[in-house]
Design a protein around this ligand. Structure first.
Ligand code: PLP
Length: 360
């Protein structure tokens, strides 16, 4: 299907804004998000970084974001390098770590009062979903008011905002229209071959397009990729609710059969964060047994001390695959002795939460 769609796409030159399929995708996403214009790019990192760059923050400037944010931790320090900006990371305290609130932001906010030690806050960047959890719309609206009152910009890393809107049962626009700029990935939950779309007002997008070219990200015959993404938004996105239900079902199955395996982040969309410590099951054993069934979770050579793993579900994962996963957990739990599990749990009881992006 995707192949046919791609073959049928236009082959104009997007650097000259002459490709119909790209323009159509950009218009489609901008409309869905309630913004004036869109820019189709190769990656979510690029659309986030372009949003900051096009916001023209002048040093000394700083950004506030959740300390777990992708833009802060997993974009190779791009903010410092591209936008000459520092980050004051915010810890989510008021909501038991679920999401940051206005109160959390107030603690770190730097007023532009001439204090030469500080870099004034110029922009707040939110992420939704973050670790698969959904920031409630009411909180986003309160932060919008806070940003307005303090005259700072508001950006959304909405790589997974499609999931957040579905999980919250609201319109995508309800979330995205609260922001000055939004990055929406099409290669994650949407299932397109590649890409991410940045939306905002016309002047922001014009600047972002200029910087995209400077970064070497101007692409010419991108029509095939845009057409595929367009199709996936219209056809894959509507299946997302089922994927979320399947993630919940997987988490419940693991907790039921895993004899001490725990889910340490609430399952609100398509991600399941699993800690095997209490079960005695080794992550590498789980990974290898699953691989035999054709289920890949990585970490086949995980060190014994690594017990946590992030499982991400997508639209092509079947109920049967999830049942097989739960069956593998059941088998491993049965063959792993309880005392062994307890001993391992004891060994690592003081361990901090491991980064799911760890590649050891
Ligand atoms: C994947 C992701 C990105 C970056 O996307 P890439 O296309 O991998 O560069 C940014 N933010 C979040 C929340 C993501 O999940």
């Amino acid at each position: 299907m995707i192949k046919e769609i791609m073959l049928g796409a236009s082959r104009g030159d997007d650097v000259y804004e002459e490709d119909e399929s790209v323009k159509s995708l950009e218009h489609h996403v901008a409309t869905l998000a309630g913004h004036e214009a869109g820019l189709f790019c190769a990656s979510g990192t690029m659309t986030n970084q372009l949003a900051f760059k096009a916001s023209l923050l002048t040093p000394p400037a700083s950004i506030l974001c959740d300390r777990r944010s992708h833009v802060y931790r997993y974009e190779a320090g791009g903010l410092a390098s591209h936008s000459q900006t520092t980050v004051y990371p915010v810890q989510a305290i008021t909501n038991h770590g679920h999401h940051i609130t206005v109160q959390d932001l107030e603690r770190e906010f730097v007023i532009d009062d001439g204090d030469v030690h500080m870099a004034p806050t110029r922009l707040i960047s939110l992420e939704n979903t973050l670790d698969g959890t959904v920031m409630p719309l009411k909180e986003v609206q309160a932060i919008r008011q806070f940003a307005k009152a303090n005259k700072v910009l508001l950006h959304l890393d909405g790589a997974r905002i499609w999931n957040a809107a579905v999980a919250a049962g609201c319109d995508l626009k309800d979330y995205t229209q609260e922001f000055d700029s939004v990055s929406l990935c099409v290669s994650k939950g949407i299932g397109a071959p590649i890409g991410s779309v940045l939306v905002g007002n016309k002047s922001l997008i014009k600047k972002a397009r200029h910087f995209r070219k400077m970064f070497g990200g101007g692409w010419r015959q991108a029509g095939g990729l845009a057409a595929a993404a367009h199709w996936c938004i219209d056809n894959v996105w509507p299946t997302m609710k089922e994927t979320h239900a399947l993630a919940k079902y997987l988490a419940e199955g693991i907790e039921r059969e895993g004899k001490g395996a725990s889910i340490y982040t609430p399952v609100e969309s398509n991600m399941v964060f699993l800690d095997l410590a209490g079960s005695g099951i080794l992550l590498r054993d789980l990974s290898r047994s699953l691989k035999e069934k054709g289920i890949r979770i990585g970490n086949e050579d995980a060190a014994e001390a690594q017990t946590q793993v992030r499982l991400v579900l997508h639209w092509q994962i079947s109920q049967q695959a999830v049942d097989e996963f739960i069956g593998v957990v059941r088998d491993l739990a049965t063959t792993t002795s309880f005392s062994e599990g307890r001993a391992r749990q004891h060994d690592h009881s003081s361990k901090k939460q491991q980064s799911v992006y760890g590649r050891r």
